[in-house]
Design a protein around this ligand. Structure first.
Ligand SMILES: [Zn+2]
Ligand SMILES: [Zn+2]
Length: 360
């Protein structure tokens, strides 16, 4: 499923000077860096087989397109009894993981180019493409990759690769008009120098609209709302949840509400019986926090809505803080099982709101 995004308002995202030197993009385990003020304009919710599109600012015609699939989970077949229980049996008998089928990179790339050639035919222009030899790359030689370029209805420069570490097959390309040749090459150089298809530290970076948020990689995106002025991301790990919100125009909101008043309106549970406290975050901001046992009503709600009963949440931790440097209010809430410790603090301290240059 792909979603179209509303253009983020300029007042919300850049007038306050956030992160002017580059755009950091992170989505579903993919991450890359692009020049300032590029915007995520399309994405898919699916992690195994996904899509991300990032556009150049203003009237720019250059765009970055990234598609990926998980080679270890090819077709969405009905699970057989064996595949359902296999991970459990492997653990019992210590059998190796099943061999992941080899990927025909060149075949995959030819399909991509064939589709692109069709567009050229529609636009009645000639289509030309070049494919470089397969090579091994990556810090640990984990990638087998093929570079390619084409010209037809526009121009494109890209790369297809398979990562041995995460089993993702990725096609990434920079596409533009004929006149964009120089910037296509420059953007492609920056893209491929920074593009990562898996995390190295156990956290996925969720980066868009100046947000940089690290979430443990075993959480899956459940829902999103990306509106100008309000960004909302919710993640689940079995029955555990992380709910993140960010609002712009904090100075306006703060004329009417205290932080606890504002937070109360968006809290996923009643805050009445929870313990109120304060925490200083790694960003330097002071958060008002609430923690304690989830009410029986909240637990009943989870029971009704959750697809899993594992890691059943009985505890709540939430907090709200303001970043005056970027004029935003942040809220983070987690509903966790009693065995999960320190999740709120962990994520709150990995929410990067302003750069050092903006301090003071
Ligand atoms: Zn990888
Ligand atoms: Zn800040």
């Amino acid at each position: 499923m792909a979603a179209a995004l509303q253009e983020p308002s300029k007042t919300d995202s850049h007038k306050d000077g956030t992160n002017a030197e580059k755009t950091v993009v992170g989505w579903q385990g993919m991450r890359c860096e692009l020049p300032p003020e590029w915007n995520v304009t399309g994405f898919s919710m699916d992690r195994e087989s996904g899509y991300l599109r990032v556009d150049s600012p203003g009237n720019g015609t250059v765009t970055v397109q990234i598609r990926w699939t998980n080679a270890a989970k090819p077709a969405q077949k009905q699970p057989s009894l064996y595949t359902m229980f296999a991970p459990h049996f492997r653990k019992l008998f210590r059998q190796p993981e099943p061999v992941v089928p080899e990927t025909d990179l060149k075949g995959n790339l030819e399909k991509v180019l064939k589709d692109t050639a069709k567009l050229a035919k529609k636009a009645k222009t000639t289509f030309e493409s070049s494919i470089k030899a397969e090579k091994i790359e990556g810090e640990n030689d984990e990638r087998i990759s093929i570079n390619f370029a084409w010209s037809g209805a526009g121009k494109g420069q890209g790369k297809i690769w398979r990562c041995k570490t995460c089993n993702r097959v990725v096609v990434a390309q920079v596409v533009g008009m004929g006149k964009d040749q120089n910037s296509i090459s420059a953007i492609a150089a920056q893209l491929f120098a920074t593009l990562k298809d898996h995390s190295e530290d156990g956290y996925d970076l969720w980066g868009l609209y100046d947000l940089k948020l690290d979430i443990p990689e075993d959480f899956r995106l459940e829902s999103q709302k990306l509106l100008s002025g309000h960004l909302h991301l919710a993640f689940i790990r079995q029955a555990e949840r992380i709910v993140f919100d960010r609002w712009g125009l904090a100075n306006m909101t703060r004329k009417k509400f205290t932080l606890p008043e504002w937070f109360q309106n968006s809290a996923v549970t009643s805050l009445k019986k929870l313990q109120k406290s304060e925490a200083i975050l790694s960003s330097g901001h002071e958060a008002v926090t609430y923690s304690g046992k989830l009410s029986l009503i909240a637990r009943a709600q989870t029971l009704k809505e959750s697809r899993s009963l594992r890691r059943f949440p009985t505890r709540y931790a939430g907090g709200v803080w303001e970043c005056t440097e970027t004029n935003k209010i942040f809220s983070l809430q987690v509903c966790h099982s009693k065995n999960t410790q320190g999740l709120w603090e962990d994520v709150a301290n990995r929410c990067f709101c302003h750069s050092a240059a903006e301090t003071g």
